[in-house]
Design a protein around this ligand. Structure first.
Ligand code: UDP
Ligand code: MG
Length: 170
């Protein structure tokens, strides 16, 4: 019996990764997995989304600094969000990212190569990757709508008509 299961996982190139011009490098490293990118966008993070994304860490002493870091207070407000998809995507991506603490991460991993610990007590580790299928579902739904995901139908969705203000080219 094959243990390979198609999974989706959320990757975010964090503001320090963008600021350090690591976008191409990180995507090249992740391409070693041979997984598919099924969604990608440059975006900014609101406080609400940063707090929801890291809602499991609200009690931690570094939470406020982490939220500020993710909102771009120290680098740039831009982040790149992507969904990778394929067999064992979650563990394959996490392995290349390396340990949460960049000092403990293998030097050959993305976090080991480019991360640092700040004097403010935050691990600036350049990349986020989902830890479990449950986290991935919560995170992908927080960052992407069903129409932003190419080809693969990840989770149940429904059609609705919305009347909303958007910008168009003037
Ligand atoms: N983090 C930190 N100090 C810690 C633990 C975590 O600054 O002691 C930050 C770090 O940027 C990490 C993020 O909080 O990536 C989320 O923490 P988590 O435990 O979910 O680690 P991850 O899943 O990112 O490896
Ligand atoms: Mg995590």
């Amino acid at each position: 019996m094959s243990t390979d299961k198609n999974e989706a996982t959320l990757v975010i190139i964090k503001p320090d990764g963008i600021k350090k011009s690591l976008t191409g490098n990180i995507i090249s490293r992740l391409s070693e997995t041979k997984l598919q990118i099924i969604a990608a966008k440059m975006t900014t993070i609101s406080r609400e989304r940063a707090e929801e994304h890291y809602s499991h860490l609200t009690e931690k002493p570094f939470f406020e600094e982490l939220v500020k870091y993710m909102m771009g207070a120290y680098h740039t407000r831009r982040v790149m969000a992507m969904v990778y998809y394929g067999p064992n995507a979650i563990s394959k991506i996490r392995t290349i990212c390396g340990a949460t603490n960049p000092e403990e991460a293998e030097p050959t991993t993305i976090r080991g190569s480019y991360g640092r610990i700040t004097t403010r007590g935050v691990f600036e580790n350049v990349i986020h990757a989902s830890e479990s299928a449950k986290d991935a579902e919560k995170e992908i739904k927080l960052w992407f709508g069903p129409d932003e995901i190419a080809e693969v139908k990840l989770y149940p969705s429904k059609e609705t008509t919305v009347k909303t203000k958007v910008h168009i080219w003037a």
